[in-house]
Design a protein around this ligand. Structure first.
Ligand code: ASP
Ligand code: MG
Length: 435
C-alpha cells in the first residue's frame, strides 16, 4: 500500500469520521508522507445525512419547532467535535457556523420548491460540514490539505437526487484542479452541481461513487474505501454467523453480488474503475494493517466460492394473461414495461408458458400502481412476506443444506446462481453457510 498511496484515492465513510477520536485516527493514518493519497473523499459525519433528511421533512411540513430543534442538534454534534479537536472558539467552529447559516438560508429559500430540488440544496450539507472540519484538522496536524468544493469538480445534469455525471467537464475540472498544487485534495462525496451551479446529489451512499469518479479522472493507481469492517464478505456478517472475508474478486463478480443485494459498495462505483482497471481496496480504519479485500480486473477466490445474499420483505407476483393465452414476447414486454413504469425491480424472474413469476420489494404505493396497470389484461396472484436467498456459485449439497425442509415458494438455478423464495415465517434470524 505504501508505494501507491500518493497515487491513490481514499474514501472515508460516515463511521470513520464520526467523532473526534475517529478524525484523529484518520490524521494519524495519513501522517507518514508515504501513506498520503492524492485525493481524499469524505462522507458526512456519522448519521448526519439521516438527520438532514429529517430536517428537510420538518422544513417542508412546515414544523418550525421541529426544524429548529433538529438544526440545533446538527449544530451541536458538529461543534462538539470541533471543540474536542481544537478547544473552544476555534476558526474551525466559525467555519462550521458559517456553513450552518448557509444551510438555514437554503431551507428558507427552497422550502416551496419541488422536493428533489429542495433535497439537493440542503441534504448534501453533511459533506460540506464534515470536510470543513477535516481540512482544518489535517492542516493543523501538518498534512497540507486543500479543501475543494465538489460542486466545482463533479458536474452533473439536473436530475435531482440521482444526477448523471457530465464526464467531459468533470474530468477537465478535476485534472485542472489537481495540477494546481501538490497538497492533498480533500473533497465531499455524494454531491456535485449542475453547470449553472445548483447543488445535486448522486443518490444515498453515493460517496463511494464520488471517489471512483475522482480515481478515474486522476488515473489513480487504486481506490481505497476505509470502512469499519476489514473488507468484503461472502455473506452479510450480521445475518450469517460464519461469513468469511473475501480477499479478491473481479469487478463482474462484485457487480453480480451487488445486483443480488450485497450491500458492500454503492453499485455505481465499479464502472468508472473498471474502465481504467483501477483496483478497489476495502480496508478497516480500525485495523489498517489487517489484510484487505481487493476488487479488480482479475478473478479471485470470491469468483469461485459460494456467496449468499438475502433480501427481506419480498412479494411474489404470479402474472397470467386473462385470456388464457401464452406469455409470448409481446406480453412479456408489456409486463416488464409496467414494472419499469411503477419503478419496481424484479429481484427474481421465472417464466413459464402461462405464468410469469416475479419477486419484488414490498413498496406499497409502487405495487398498487403496478397491480392497477396490469389488472385489465392480467390476473395477478400475490404472496407477501417472503425472504429471497440468492447463492452465487452454489453446489447441490450446499443448496440442500440451506433449504433444509423449508417451503420454497419459488426456486430457480442457472450455471452460476441459485435463488429461492422462502416464507419468512420459516426463516431463522441468523443463518449459516454450510461448510
Ligand atoms: N452521506 C451520504 C449518505 O449517507 C453519502 C454517503 O455516505 O455515501 O447517503
Ligand atoms: Mg456511507
Amino acid at each position: 500500500m505504501t508505494q501507491v498511496a500518493h497515487r491513490s484515492v481514499y474514501k472515508f465513510g460516515g463511521a470513520s469520521i464520526g467523532d473526534a477520536e475517529a478524525i484523529r485516527r484518520l490524521a494519524a493514518l495519513l501522517s507518514p508522507e508515504s501513506e498520503r493519497p492524492r485525493a481524499l473523499v469524505a462522507s458526512a459525519m456519522g448519521k448526519t445525512t439521516n438527520a438532514l433528511e429529517a430536517l428537510l421533512q420538518a422544513a417542508r411540513k412546515p414544523d418550525e419547532a421541529s426544524y429548529r430543534r433538529r438544526l440545533a442538534e446538527i449544530r451541536h454534534d458538529h461543534l462538539a467535535v470541533a471543540e474536542a479537536l481544537f478547544g473552544p472558539g476555534s476558526p474551525a467552529a466559525d467555519a462550521l457556523e458559517q456553513r450552518l447559516a448557509e444551510l438555514d438560508a437554503a431551507h428558507a429559500a427552497h422550502r416551496k420548491a419541488p422536493y428533489p430540488f429542495h433535497y439537493d440544496q440542503t441534504v448534501g450539507f453533511g459533506e460540506l460540514l464534515s470536510t470543513t472540519l477535516l481540512a482544518a484538522w489535517l492542516n493543523a496536524s501538518g498534512i497540507p490539505t486543500r479543501w475543494c468544493d465538489a460542486r466545482e469538480l463533479i458536474i452533473t445534469d439536473d436530475r435531482h437526487q440521482a444526477a448523471e455525471i457530465d464526464w467531459e467537464t468533470t474530468r477537465e475540472r478535476i485534472v485542472r484542479t489537481a495540477a494546481e498544487d501538490e497538497s492533498l485534495l480533500l473533497t465531499q462525496g455524494f454531491i456535485g452541481a449542475t453547470a449553472d451551479g445548483a447543488m445535486t446529489t448522486l443518490g444515498r451512499e453515493g460517496s463511494d461513487f464520488s471517489a471512483a469518479i475522482l480515481a478515474e479522472c486522476l488515473g489513480a493507481a487504486e481506490l481505497t474505501i476505509w470502512k469499519d469492517v476489514p473488507g468484503l464478505f461472502n455473506a452479510d456478517p450480521r445475518r450469517f454467523t460464519n461469513a468469511r472475508q473475501i480477499s479478491r474478486l473481479s469487478y463482474t463478480e462484485a457487480l453480480e453480488q451487488t445486483w443480488h443485494g450485497a450491500k458492500v459498495i454503492h453499485p455505481r462505483t465499479l464502472a468508472p474503475l473498471q474502465r481504467r482497471d483501477i483496483p478497489l481496496t476495502v480496508r478497516s480504519f480500525l485495523e489498517p494493517e489487517a489484510p484487505p479485500s481487493i476488487i479488480g480486473p482479475e478473478a479471485g477466490e470470491g469468483d469461485r466460492q459460494p456467496a449468499c445474499m438475502l433480501r427481506d420483505d419480498q412479494v411474489l407476483l404470479d402474472v397470467s394473461p386473462r385470456d388464457g393465452g401464452f406469455l409470448d414476447e409481446t406480453r412479456m414486454a408489456e409486463i416488464f414495461a409496467r414494472l419499469a413504469d411503477a419503478g419496481l425491480h424484479a429481484n427474481l424472474i421465472d417464466g413459464e408458458a402461462l405464468r410469469l413469476r416475479l419477486v419484488v420489494d414490498h413498496r406499497p404505493e409502487k405495487l398498487d400502481s403496478l397491480l392497477a396497470a396490469l389488472a385489465p389484461r392480467y390476473a395477478v396472484r400475490r404472496q407477501d412476506d417472503g425472504v429471497l436467498l440468492t447463492v452465487r456459485h452454489p453446489g447441490d449439497a450446499l443448496l440442500a443444506s440451506l433449504d433444509g425442509d423449508r417451503t420454497r415458494w419459488v426456486e430457480r438455478r442457472n450455471a452460476t446462481t441459485a435463488q429461492r423464495l422462502y416464507p419468512r415465517a420459516e426463516c431463522p434470524d441468523s443463518w449459516q453457510i454450510p461448510e
